[in-house]
Design a protein around this ligand. Structure first.
Ligand code: AMP
Ligand code: MG
Length: 348
């Protein structure tokens, strides 16, 4: 298949191009599009064949459900079997934005879209291109991240092209994603709201609106229960090289990483360091990747997946990364980084 690649300026959206993309969705095709979190691979959420195509293009396991993207709150009411009052409170506070709610579904969303589950994940994106596409398609758009299954999520259209060129109908290039991490997922289908995937809407932000929200116990690396979001159990985000996280105070971490790099070199392995602007001066390796600023963790979230992809492009065999705080957006950053590292972390 020929994949059509189009550029859209999110400050001046070309309505003819968006209608063309919307038409592809209505016809049961696949369109990759930017959102504020990561690029999504979209299809008509109510069309089982269109959903199946998403799984095929990504090589995604069929039990891993898709997120349904909407542009009006009434669309959530329309596909939910029942809606707890917190859904409205959370929507008022964080939609449109990087938050996904899981609710019991009705018959309007097929099991092909929900991986066989009786619940559905729903999000209202704030990205203007994403919102315009949903509107133009006159459909709800099922969209997982637009990467090949297992690879780091795409935060630029070039990442989508690397993974899915020739497998989908269209890629909309709308520039770099602002946030760079996938949405916070909150399960509202049980008695108590539970965070199934941390993201840029932090536990602290949720607490301020609906009180204490717990984190799915299955997310802890040493947990013997399965994560409740099927996608969280898969190895994910991983670069091809061996990624190791080193945690401790800045000086001790840098000493350890410098000696690990020297060790890799001695045995002829190509090694890289992932660090921050503040700590850059502590390393003597020639391959240093600055992931962002410790003083502004959103910059780290923004760059994380692009840096992991760059590691593959540049062919590193050993990758040594600093660790980040476990609070605020740091919770989400560490969740992705630990998965990418297969939970290989050493404390110094
Ligand atoms: P992605 O869009 O690729 O970031 O993946 C969507 C994530 O949402 C995956 O981790 C899914 O397992 C999760 N998810 C989607 N629908 C549900 C659902 N009904 N229940 C639990 N998790 C879900
Ligand atoms: Mg994904």
């Amino acid at each position: 298949m020929d994949t059509k690649y189009i550029l859209i300026d999110n400050k001046n959206i070309d309505s003819a191009l968006i209608s063309e993309a919307g038409q592809i969705i209505r016809n049961g095709g696949l369109v990759a599009f930017p959102t504020e979190t990561v690029y999504g691979l979209g299809a008509d959420a109510a069309n089982p064949d269109a959903s199946r195509k998403i799984y095929a293009a990504k090589g995604r396991p069929s039990d891993n459900p898709l997120i349904v993207h909407i542009c009006e709150f009434s669309q959530l009411e329309d596909i939910a079997e029942e809606l707890p009052p917190v859904a409205r409170e959370l929507s008022d506070a964080f939609w449109p934005g990087p938050m996904t709610l899981i609710v019991k579904k009705n018959e309007k969303i097929p099991y092909e879209t929900t991986g066989g589950l009786d619940t559905v994940a729903v999000r209202m994106p704030s990205d203007p291109i994403a919102a315009a596409l949903i509107r133009a398609s006159e459909r709800l758009i099922a969209a997982p991240s637009a990467n090949a299954s297992g690879r780091p999520s795409p935060t630029r259209a070039s990442h989508v092209k690397e993974d899915l060129d020739g497998k989908i109908d269209m890629i909309i290039d709308g520039g770099e994603c602002g946030l760079g991490l996938e949405s916070t997922i909150i399960d509202l289908s049980d008695e108590e709201p539970v965070i199934l995937r941390p993201g840029c809407i932090t536990p602290e932000m949720l607490n301020n609106v609906i009180g204490k929200v717990s984190l799915d116990k299955g997310l802890a690396p040493d947990s013997d229960t399965r994560p409740k979001a099927p996608g969280m159990k898969y190895r994910h985000y991983a670069p091809k090289g061996k990624l190791l996280i080193i945690e401790g105070n800045d000086m001790a971490v840098a000493d350890k990483i410098n000696s690990l790099v020297a060790g890799s070199k001695q045995v002829g392995r190509k090694a890289a360091v992932i660090c921050t602007e503040e700590t850059r001066g502590l390393y003597d390796s020639e391959h240093i990747y600055i992931i962002g600023r410790r003083s502004d963790e959103s910059s780290i979230a923004h760059n994380l997946f692009a840096v992991l992809r760059k590691m593959d492009e540049d062919g590193f065999e050993d990758i040594y990364s600093e660790s980040f705080s476990g609070a605020g957006v740091g919770t989400a950053i560490m969740n992705r980084l630990l998965k990418a590292a297969g939970h290989q972390i050493i404390e110094v």
